[in-house]
Design a protein around this ligand. Structure first.
Ligand SMILES: Nc1nc2c(ncn2[C@@H]2O[C@H](COP(=O)(O)OP(=O)(O)OP(=O)(O)O)[C@@H](O)[C@H]2O)c(=O)[nH]1
Ligand SMILES: [Mg+2]
Length: 336
């Protein structure tokens, strides 16, 4: 049978429609008409920046599909993580953290997140354990009210000292009336995370798997390599500069007859002065970023890597539609 195109997943089923496998709310009628064979559940992982969306995605997938740092706005595009457990395939869409955007890149990131909730079978919104919702979170919750269904996941419970605080946070989120479930996890300690598979499976829809059963992402190797380099820049550099970087792999070529891949990368920054900082004294910063990234790339690609990084200036690229497109931050046309 021809492989379905994941981009068409809403349109494609074996018999022309998606059939809900398990009914998670009693007032919805189940269209479960024949014995289930395979099923999938598409899940948008959403929430404010830095709440642990990418960490949770990686943990559930069991592979590093998304980079993680302690800085907000690490994830910039929608990243797919796939887990196949027997007949059920989970497709997690890790999204950028919603925030008050200061530039066109930020606006695209926010749109990627809010559009995702309309594209999936269920959204999984992550929260910090401390109380309160900011404006961006309110906006996402409004989007969920329109698109539903959703579950809430309070992450980082390892940081909570007083159990009463957590109970109060749970009650606060339950009172919103948007979430079918509110659960508490710690990705750091891998606490309560396994239960999410069972919760998400309730929203599965019968039909073919949209990815190969051994696939864990649809992200091209080139993009993963670019992300690993950006991760190291975020880790090693301070303040705003790493947020103004874009990484583009220009060449990715296996050397015939060897286990060596040559990778040439451009690191774009917004100002001449930033270029100096990315390169560092005597090239020290660039060397530090490149050697740490090379180790991760070799681990991920399973071969030796010859990584060459070049730093270039593209003034204010984060506000330039043309450059955003050419760096790969394309607007998702939406799938509904
Ligand atoms: N203490 C604690 N820290 C966590 C936990 N989960 C994630 N973190 C940390 O939180 C920080 C942010 O994690 P990310 O996974 O990058 O967060 P994100 O929501 O994807 O962030 P953006 O991509 O910026 O929206 C990292 O330093 C993680 O190590 C947790 O359960 N407990
Ligand atoms: Mg992230």
């Amino acid at each position: 049978m021809e492989q379905p195109n994941p981009a068409d997943w809403r349109l494609y089923t074996e018999d022309g429609k998606r059939v809900r496998l398990l009914n998670h709310t009693e007032n919805k009628t189940t269209e479960h008409t024949h014995e289930a064979r395979t099923a999938s559940v598409f899940v948008a992982v959403i929430g404010r920046p830095n709440v642990g969306k990418s960490s949770l995605t990686n943990l559930l997938v069991g592979e590093k599909v998304a980079i993680v740092t302690s800085k907000p706005q690490t994830t910039r595009t929608r990243i797919t993580g796939v887990i196949t457990r027997g007949p059920l395939q989970y497709v997690l869409l890790d999204t950028p953290g919603v925030h008050k955007a200061k530039n066109k890149l930020g606006k695209r990131m926010d749109k990627t997140a809010s559009d995702s909730v309309g594209d999936v079978d269920v959204s999984m919104m992550l929260f910090e354990p401390h109380p309160g919702l900011n404006e961006s979170e309110q906006m996402l919750i409004d989007a969920l009210r329109r698109s539903g269904p959703a579950i809430a996941v309070i992450n980082k419970i390892d940081l909570v000292k007083d159990p009463a605080e957590l109970e109060a946070r749970k009650a606060e989120l339950e009172a919103l009336g948007v979430f079918d479930q509110v659960c508490t996890v710690s990705v750091r300690d891998n606490r309560n995370c396994e239960q999410l598979f069972e919760l998400l499976s309730r929203y599965a829809v019968e039909g073919p798997h949209y990815f190969d059963d051994d696939a864990y992402t649809d992200m091209p190797e080139k993009e993963l390599v670019a992300e690993l380099i950006r991760e190291k820049a975020l880790l090693f550099m301070r303040d705003e500069i790493p947020h103004g970087l874009a990484v583009v792999v220009e060449r990715f070529k296996e050397r015939p007859g060897t286990d060596l891949v040559d990778i040439d990368v451009n690191i774009y920054c917004e100002r001449e002065s930033h270029k100096g900082m990315v390169i560092g004294k005597g090239g020290a910063m660039l060397k530090k970023i490149a050697s740490a990234a090379r180790v991760d790339c070799e681990d991920f690609l399973g071969c030796r890597v010859n990584l060459q990084c070049w730093v270039k200036v593209k003034p204010d690229w984060r506000d330039n539609e043309f450059l955003l497109n050419s760096f790969g931050f394309r607007q998702d046309p939406g799938r509904k």
